[in-house]
Design a protein around this ligand. Structure first.
Ligand SMILES: Nc1nc2c(c(=O)[nH]1)N[C@H]1C(S)=C(S)[C@@H](COP(=O)(O)OP(=O)(O)OC[C@H]3O[C@@H](n4cnc5c(N)ncnc54)[C@H](O)[C@@H]3O)O[C@H]1N2
Ligand code: MOO
Length: 406
């Protein structure tokens, strides 16, 4: 098969075929964040484990509820985490705080603000339903329920549940070690003053910010000059230390575009060198066992696009996530947009969510060599090969940036 102009679905499929979750490791809970569970996490007791008050109030027996008793003597006061010491007999109430255990024969808990209290007496003015304001043992979970399924990403929103369950060690897929190498004589450190004809290193940071948002550690191998030997040495070093190696620049047709011949000379399977998308057409993808290498294009907007449409899904898969595909939404164009027929084009645009529907606007400037308009966009509108110009109102698919790293 030609390694050139692989259509997007086939390229994505090739990447998926050559990426797989890494080995399963057991990690203490304080190191588990942003890993993907390899095994279900179970509850080891019922939630709640005992019958509990759902509000601050007074527990009354079921017998008194059925008999319509309205006046009670408060026998004791019980805080959450403590246990009552009296029994709930007729005409007696127990003052319970939210979460405190209530006696088995409790019929309901009346909220403090709904009872008229005088000394240790309370009076109720209405009837209550059976078990009102009471949480039953096991109503949230039984003894061995699945609380978190294998394949779940333990992001910041899920981590609190690990503590709720008291899980101390978790079986998760090891996170990949990712290395980024940026190449090019034209590169300046990002904090350097302007120098004629040079550009500031942006792509290293694009990779770092994306990986940071995914909770994946990233090693930077620095900026390497356009020297075949230096780039090859750095890629070999990164291959010794990383599961995923990303390079930036040097993948098109220039005299100093050394990354492709280096990939060809390495002991790896080179699966493709260009895919039929814009921006970001030039892209090398190679693998060796579970290790993968991506040679990304140098233009920052091309690099950014390739990171989102190919590399992020690959990383999600390596992390063990079942939901690894780019996150697409239906989007309506709020102005005319131009595309290039014959290519699958990812057009930058501004996205708005209006009454639950995504809209895209702007997108006048689509030059790969420009980054300011790209980085001011909020997402990519996907133009299939057969669509050239699309008038306002056209409905297409889109990829809001913010949804890609969820
Ligand atoms: N004859 C051809 N020329 C080009 C083709 C082609 O098919 N035939 N493809 C074009 C396309 S499409 C792209 S995309 C670029 C990508 O090429 P490279 O990956 O070889 O990129 P470089 O030449 O190394 O860099 C291009 C340009 O990008 C800027 N750059 C590079 N690295 C960084 C970085 N780390 N941070 C910020 N900016 C960076 C810089 O301006 C480079 O000059 O090739 C076209 N050419
Ligand atoms: O594919 Mo290149 O990304 O147009 O600039």
């Amino acid at each position: 098969m030609s390694l050139h102009h692989i259509p997007f679905p086939q390229a994505s499929e090739l990447i998926a075929r050559h990426t797989a979750p890494l080995e399963v490791v057991s990690l203490p809970h304080n190191e588990a964040q942003d890993h993907v569970l390899a095994r279900d996490v179970l509850t080891h007791h019922a939630y709640p484990d005992v019958k509990k008050a759902a509000v601050d109030g007074f527990a009354i027996s079921e017998e008194d509820r059925l008999n319509g008793v309205r006046h009670f003597t408060v026998q004791e006061q019980v805080g959450a985490g403590h246990r009552f010491s009296t029994t709930l007999t007729s005409g007696k109430a127990i003052h319970v705080m939210t979460g405190a255990e209530v006696p088995e024969n409790s019929g309901f808990v009346v909220r403090v603000e709904d009872a008229v209290q005088e000394g240790d007496h309370i009076a109720l003015s209405q009837e209550y339903g059976s078990q009102e304001n009471i949480c039953q043992p096991g109503e949230e979970a039984h003894g061995e329920d699945i609380a978190l399924k294998a394949g779940t990403w333990l992001n910041w929103a899920r981590m609190p549940l690990i503590h709720y369950l008291g899980a101390t060690h978790l079986s998760v897929y090891r996170k990949p070690r990712v290395g980024i190498i940026v190449t090019g004589d034209e590169l300046l450190e990002s904090h350097s003053p302007h120098q004629r004809g040079k550009v500031r290193n942006t792509n290293q940071y694009t990779a770092q910010y994306i990986l940071q948002a995914m909770g994946i550690p990233c090693t930077s191998y620095g900026m390497v000059q356009d020297s075949r030997e230096q780039i090859a040495t750095t890629i070999r070093l990164a291959m010794e230390e990383c599961d995923v190696v990303l390079t930036s620049g040097g993948v098109s047709m220039g005299k100093y575009d050394f990354v492709k011949p280096i990939f060809q000379s390495l002991d790896v399977n080179l699966h493709f060198t260009r895919t039929a998308i814009r921006p970001g057409g030039p892209l090398l993808f190679a693998s060796r066992g579970k290790q993968v290498l991506f040679g990304l294009p140098g233009y920052p907007s091309a690099f950014f696009t390739v990171m989102l449409v190919y590399v992020v899904p690959a990383l999600k898969r390596i992390m063990g996530r079942p939901d690894h595909h780019p996150v697409e939404v239906d989007v309506e164009l709020d102005n005319d947009m131009r595309s290039r027929q014959g290519h699958l084009v990812f057009n930058r645009a501004n996205f708005d969510l209006v009454n639950g529907h995504w809209h895209a606007r702007g997108g006048e400037n689509q030059k790969s060599s420009h980054f300011i308009p790209f980085a001011n966009a909020d997402g990519l509108v996907i133009f299939p090969e057969d669509i050239g110009n699309a008038p306002r109102g056209t409905r297409l698919r889109g990829m809001p940036f913010a949804l890609q790293l969820l």
